[in-house]
Ligand binder design. Sequence first.
Ligand code: FAD
Length: 293
Amino acid sequence: MKFSEIYSSSGSPVISFEVFPPKTSRGMDSLRDVLARLVALEPRFMTVTYGAMGTTRSRTVEIASMIHNDLGIECACHLTCVGAPRDQIDGQLEHIHRQGIENIVALRGDPPRGQDSFQAVKGGFSWANELVEHIRSKGLFDIAVGGYPEKHVEAPDLDTDLDNLARKVKSGADVVITQLFYDNEPFFRFREEAWKRGVACPVVPGLLPIHSLAQVEKLASLCGAAIPAELQDRLVAAGDDPEAAAEVGAAWCIEQCAGLLAAGVPGIHYYVLNKAPVMERVIAGLRQRELLI
Ligand code: FAD
């Protein structure tokens, strides 16, 4: 089922999970266990990243196929423009299509290590909107693109970034999934501004339930997400106790979800980081409060 159908046919918020391909076979074994636990939480779809933050690309399609064909959960493959001329991208799209997968999360990708700025390869794409247009022209997939409530790190300002987002959607995207954030207000402003620019497709918040203060500081600095002082204080109070930090992370995430669902978001996409326990806590908490069925 394609993204557009998933979001239009659902009477309740669409819950989706993102996982990344592990580098080792041991990591794969552990991912299989994690996937079984995630499937039990009944997401509407999952996505598998492609070389994000230095992780591998080689198993993206294999894992997505396992989720789609063996576990029976709709799945999308992420795809980037990094180091890929057009014919390589076409080869990857054909490979994905052969697995029966109907959705792509289309991204430009980050500059590879050692490069200050993104450089398109000869015959490749410079921006995600070009990749979106290319995938759309094939007519085989629905497409999600990334959105940045606190602006993309390279963008000079939020207005410019929103104009670029609008162009990307106009090129053929069916859904916007946002970068992680810990304060809902920037997301609401971003959504409002996207609407003003004619973005009519679902704008879905992406959330990363926190496991530790160190983790959130590292990720937030990489992607430019602000950490509210209150959240920081609670994590500092949790100290080195991983269980206490996970409890703080889950509670914060549940509050964020409650605010987003009350504001009518079409769904929530969770950056699971291949760990099930915090996700189980969050979904259980939302069901207990009857925010999810
Ligand atoms: P773009 O939309 O191309 O934007 C990049 C920058 O260029 C922005 O500053 C934008 O304002 C500007 N811009 C856009 N279009 C134009 C234009 N036509 N002319 C001039 N300027 C322009 N990375 C991975 O490597 N693998 C993954 O699997 C992955 N998954 C992700 C999933 C989600 C939901 C999100 C939000 C991000 C993901 N990323 C992933 C990270 C992403 O690749 C980076 O954030 C990357 O730096 C930008 O990708 P983009 O598709 O948003 O790029």
